[in-house]
Design a binder for this molecule. Structure first.
Ligand SMILES: Nc1ncnc2c1ncn2[C@@H]1O[C@H](COP(=O)(O)OP(=O)(O)O)[C@@H](O)[C@H]1O
Ligand SMILES: [Mg+2]
Length: 321
C-alpha cells in the first residue's frame, strides 16, 4: 500500500518511515487507554458494590422494642407455632405450618430427604432467616423480639461446613471464648471425639491448621467445629448435617454424649445418619416442609410411615456396603 504511493511519488520514503513510527508510537498508548478505561469502570462497579454492602440495612435486625435475654438465664425451651416460610419466588413453602415444643435439655433429631425443609428450620431458630413474628419462641419469648446478639449467644449453630482459620487448632476451638484454658478446650475436644487425634498431631494443640499447617479431613474439620460449639456451652445447640463426614459409629457416640451427659443443653440434631438419630429423645420426620411424624426411634420403626421406610432403606444400604 505504502510502496504504491511512494512509486507514484505521492509521498517520500522519509514520510512513509515517519508514518510507520508514528503509528507504532500510538499503538501502545491507545491500548493502554483502553485498559485504563476498563480498569476504571471495573473499579467504579466494585466501589458501588462495596458501598451497597456498607450502606445496606440488614434485613434481619433488632426490633425497636427488642428485649435483653442474658444467655445464662436461658433454659432452652423452643416453641414453634404455625411456622411457615416461603422463599422469595418459590412456588412451594419450604416450611408449612410446623407446630412443636422442645423441652429444655431435650435432644431432638430431625430427619427427612433432601429438600424437606430441615436446613430452613435450623436457620429459622437463630434468625439466620427472616421469619415473621409470632412463630418461634425461646423460653416463651418471641425470637423476633429478643436482641439478636442475645439470641445468637443462646444458640450455638453448626453448619455442614464451618470455617476454620489458618491458625492453631487450639485457637480454632476456643474461637468463641478466646480466654478459654487448656482443660476447657480439651473437654470440648473430648466430647467432640477429636481429642485423641489432636494428640497425634506433630504439635498437638499448637498444630497449625490450613495452608501453612496440616490439612484436616472432612470429619476432623466437622469435629473441630463441633468442639468449638460445645466450648461455648450455649443453652441450645443446632447441628445441621454437621457430622455428615463423621462415620456412623462415632456420630452415634457423639450424639449419645450430647443427649446424656450435658443434660441441660437442648440439641437439634439434623442428620441423614439414622443410627445416630435413633439415640435422640425424640425424632421429627420431615417431608415437603412438614413434620409428618414425631416419636422415639422405637415408636417410629414400629409404625408404617416415612421413618420406617427410611430406616429399612438405610439398613439395606449398610448391608450392601
Ligand atoms: N436460599 C434459598 N432460596 C430459595 N429456595 C431455597 C433456599 N434454600 C432452600 N430452598 C428450598 O427450600 C426447600 C427446603 O430446603 P432445605 O431447608 O435446604 O431442605 P433440607 O435441608 O431438608 O435439604 C427446598 O425446596 C429448597 O430448594
Ligand atoms: Mg439441609
Amino acid at each position: 500500500l505504502g510502496s504504491g504511493a511512494i512509486e507514484a511519488g505521492a509521498i517520500s520514503i522519509g514520510d512513509f518511515v515517519a508514518l510507520i513510527i508514528y503509528v507504532e508510537r500510538l499503538v501502545f498508548p491507545t491500548a493502554l487507554l483502553g485498559f485504563t478505561i476498563t480498569a476504571y469502570q471495573r473499579g467504579e462497579v466494585s466501589l458501588d458494590r462495596i458501598e451497597a454492602v456498607l450502606t445496606s440495612e440488614p434485613q434481619i435486625k433488632d426490633a425497636e422494642d427488642a428485649i435483653a435475654l442474658p444467655p445464662e438465664l436461658v433454659l432452652g425451651k423452643v416453641t414453634v407455632q404455625n411456622l411457615s416460610h416461603t422463599y422469595p419466588g418459590a412456588r412451594q413453602p419450604a416450611l408449612n405450618q410446623l407446630n412443636f415444643t422442645i423441652e429444655p435439655g431435650e435432644t431432638i433429631a430431625v430427619v427427612g430427604s433432601v429438600g424437606s425443609g430441615k436446613s430452613t428450620l435450623a436457620n429459622a431458630i437463630p434468625r439466620l432467616l427472616n421469619i415473621e413474628p409470632g412463630q418461634i419462641f425461646l423460653d416463651g419469648f418471641d425470637i423476633t423480639k429478643i436482641r439478636l446478639q442475645d439470641l445468637r449467644e443462646a444458640i450455638a449453630y453448626v453448619p455442614q461446613d464451618s470455617f476454620l482459620f489458618s491458625t492453631q487448632i487450639r485457637d480454632n476451638i476456643r474461637y468463641g471464648i478466646p480466654v478459654a484454658e487448656q482443660p476447657e478446650v480439651e473437654g470440648a475436644a473430648q466430647q467432640a471425639q477429636i481429642h485423641p487425634e489432636i494428640l497425634n498431631f506433630p504439635k498437638q494443640y499448637d498444630t497449625l491448621v490450613g495452608e501453612r499447617g496440616i490439612t484436616l479431613s472432612g470429619g476432623q474439620r466437622q469435629r473441630t467445629s463441633l468442639a468449638r460449639a460445645l466450648l461455648i456451652d450455649a443453652p441450645v445447640l443446632i447441628l445441621d448435617d454437621a457430622l455428615s463426614s463423621v462415620d456412623n459409629q462415632t456420630a452415634t457416640e457423639i450424639l449419645e454424649t450430647l443427649s446424656g451427659e450435658i443434660e441441660s443443653q437442648t440439641v437439634l440434631f439434623i442428620s441423614h445418619q439414622l443410627s445416630a438419630a435413633a439415640t435422640a429423645d425424640r425424632i421429627f420426620v420431615m417431608d415437603q416442609g412438614q413434620i409428618v411424624q414425631i416419636g422415639t426411634h422405637e415408636e417410629l420403626i414400629n409404625q408404617a410411615g416415612l421413618y420406617q421406610s427410611l430406616w429399612k432403606q438405610q439398613q439395606l444400604e449398610e448391608v450392601l456396603q
